[in-house]
Design a protein around this ligand. Structure first.
Ligand code: RB5
Length: 148
């Protein structure tokens, strides 16, 4: 599995925490910034990561900003992206099992690095259950095909 990770200035610490987790888990990743001391715009980081996941260059993405909200809104504009904004371990697991989420968004002003690490670990190690859930995701994909 190859993971693309990025944050804005509001998510740098959690981004570093998750990079260290992925190193421990032996998960290949690439960091797409930001290299920022000052304020940057989250769509400039969310959209390239989402495109790399949508086009198959990366299997999954992780995005961090202050709330996770801006990153998730932007990423979900890209066709084929199912970005889940998650701040608890239960949802991290279930959004992989049921929604086959391909991007995880978190907010560094909402949760601390310890919880973020547990969330990312659950999300990175849980698998899609398919079955009835695949049918539901198919309805979202069909809508995307017809309306974009
Ligand atoms: C940046 O101040 C902040 O708006 C951003 O990190 C994020 O929370 C947006 O949703």
């Amino acid at each position: 599995m190859k993971v693309a990770i990025a944050s804005d200035h509001g998510g740098i610490n959690i981004r570093e925490e998750i990079k260290s987790l992925m190193n421990e888990l032996g998960i290949e990743f690439e960091d797409f910034g930001c290299e920022c001391d000052t304020s940057v715009d989250y769509p400039d980081y969310a959209l390239p990561v989402a495109e790399k996941v949508a086009n198959g260059e990366f299997d999954r993405g992780i995005l961090v900003c202050g709330t996770g909200i801006g990153m998730s809104i932007a990423a979900n504009k890209v066709k084929g992206i199912r970005c889940a904004l998650v701040h608890d371990v239960f949802s991290a697991k279930v959004t992989r099992q049921h929604n086959d989420s391909n991007i995880l968004a978190m907010g560094e002003r909402v949760i601390g690095p310890g919880l973020a690490r547990e969330i990312a670990k659950a999300w990175l190690t849980s698998e899609f259950e398919a079955g009835r859930h695949a049918n539901r995701i198919g309805k979202i994909s069909d809508y995307e095909e017809k309306n974009r």
